[in-house]
Design a protein around this ligand. Structure first.
Ligand code: TGC
Ligand code: FAD
Length: 392
């Protein structure tokens, strides 16, 4: 793969909206990605393997629980810092950002928000340091966009719960020590349970043959009469709103992360357009190529403004779920379109692993599907503005 020459675009001087702390946090993540991710990620994506050696680096840049309080091992940062970290990581690879998103927003967040003090103290510091990795089991083979229909269930057996069912498409599953699993009790109410690797009847087979997020490990979670200790139930929130609350946090991070992937594609195409000579001049001198680049930077700038404003509202605690849906949907769509255009600008070279664009393009096919598909987020906006529910 070519050396990482990335230079971040900032067409509207948005750095003026950031604090010194934001910029420091972003720089640390950017430097780490250049040093520890860019040189190896193509090889790991090609061989469809998660590079486990980067876990400690992710912890060091604060990517595991950026906004979790320091008393639990988190970085105690604000929502904009969290977003900037996701942006920088996804600039390197969406699969690496997935690993961090799941650990932070889908495993640490529910333990912090819905767990009790013993659970927080037991799990959060180890998850923040990367000593333990976690995964989040919501999706099932027959229930993806409609998680409320889940059939994974647990029964009260007096001194423990008995868990049965299966989850599918679970990021980090093949190597996670801890799984936050959503299941229905005997009354059909959804609860979160912390399941640990090693519990009898719990297995995590890996999902192979992915053309997308190849450097992220995906798997199933199988529960065959798993005895879960009663103290592993998350006591402070139940119902579908509990997992959906975690998704709000992860979707917000993705709205920022997608900007990173788009920036990398734009920056690569811009540089290539000045170097590649056809018909005696750089291809960047042709109007059609300039149109692509001009539209890319316009869309990136709009997405940056959307993410920044959402971050301000998240910091104030006023962002709604529907506002988060709009940003996730818009920014991932923006990134996938830019990846496609940038790929064309590189001609044949664009399909090779010499450049990051094709990998981003394939990764973004997962990003536009997970955490709520493109169409599901549109329907969430539709419901919000009309008051009419297309899901019923
Ligand atoms: P609905 O009746 O609308 O809602 C049920 C209850 O939940 C509440 N609620 C929310 N609460 C918090 N945050 C949100 N975003 C919420 N959205 C809804 C709602 O108020 C209600 O509460 P209550 O108290 O009245 O019961 O539910 P529905 O069954 O009609 O479904 C709505 C729908 C379709 C929007 C929802 O199910 C949905 O978002 N579906 C998409 C599923 C999804 O995003 N799955 C993601 C799985 S995890 C993943 O993909 C990780 S990838 C990780 C990586 O690698 O980065
Ligand atoms: P379906 O729900 O079957 O949807 C198929 C199509 O139908 C989509 O186009 C959808 O938009 C459309 N559709 C569905 N309902 C409607 C409707 N009401 N109106 C209009 N169109 C509709 N899940 C986890 O729980 N944890 C994870 O860590 C995780 N990681 C993932 C990693 C990867 C690489 C991938 C690909 C997925 C991951 N997922 C995870 C699952 C992901 O969240 C689901 O794939 C996603 O929610 C969509 O569900 P589905 O694949 O079953 O598609």
């Amino acid at each position: 793969m070519k050396p990482d020459l990335f230079e971040a675009p900032d067409y509207y001087n948005l750095d003026e909206l950031l604090s010194d702390e934001h910029k420091l946090v972003r720089q640390a993540a950017r430097d780490w990605v250049k040093r520890d991710v860019s040189p190896i990620i193509e090889e790991y994506a090609q061989k469809a393997e998660f590079p486990e050696q980067i876990i400690s680096g992710l912890a060091e840049i604060g990517a595991f629980g950026p906004y979790i309080p320091e008393e639990y091992g988190g970085a105690g940062l604000d929502q904009i810092s969290y977003g900037l970290i996701m942006q920088e990581i996804e600039r390197g690879d969406s699969g690496v950002r997935s690993t961090a998103s799941v650990q932070s927003s889908l495993v640490m967040y529910p333990i912090w928000k819905y767990g009790n003090e013993e659970q927080r103290k037991k799990y959060l510091p180890k998850l923040a340091s990367g000593e333990w990795m976690g995964c989040f089991g919501l999706t099932e083979p027959d229930h993806g966009s409609n998680p409320g229909g889940m059939t994974t269930n647990f029964k009260d057996k007096g001194d423990h719960y008995l868990l049965n069912g299966a989850k599918m498409w679970i990021s980090n599953a093949p190597f996670a020590q801890v799984a936050v699993v959503w299941a229905k009790n005997e009354e059909g109410r959804i609860h979160g349970l912390i399941v640990e690797r090693g519990m009898e009847g719990f297995s995590t087979p890996e999902t192979h043959n992915k053309w997308s997020l190849r450097a992220s490990a995906t798997g199933e979670l199988i529960f065959d009469n798993v005895k879960v200790p009663k103290e592993n139930l998350l006591p402070n929130k139940s119902g579908l709103g509990a997992p959906l609350g975690c998704l709000d946090s992860a979707r917000y991070g993705i709205a920022w992360g997608a900007i990173g992937a788009a920036m990398d594609c734009y920056d690569t195409a811009l540089r290539y357009s000045k170097e590649r000579i056809q018909f005696g001049k750089p291809i960047g001198q042709f109007q059609l190529q300039q149109k692509k680049l001009a539209e890319m930077i316009t869309e990136i700038t709009k997405a940056q403004l959307l993410a920044w404003r959402l971050g301000v509202m998240r910091n104030a605690g006023t962002a709604t779920s529907a506002q988060i849906s709009m940003a996730k949907r818009n920014n991932v769509d923006m990134a996938i379109n830019i990846a496609r255009e940038a790929r064309q600008m590189l001609g044949g070279m664009g399909i090779t692993g010499e450049y990051s664009i094709m990998r981003h393009s394939m990764n973004l096919e997962s990003v536009i599907t997970y955490e709520g598909t493109h169409d599901i987020h549109l329907l969430i906006t539709g419901l919000d503005i009309t008051g009419l529910n297309a899901f019923q």
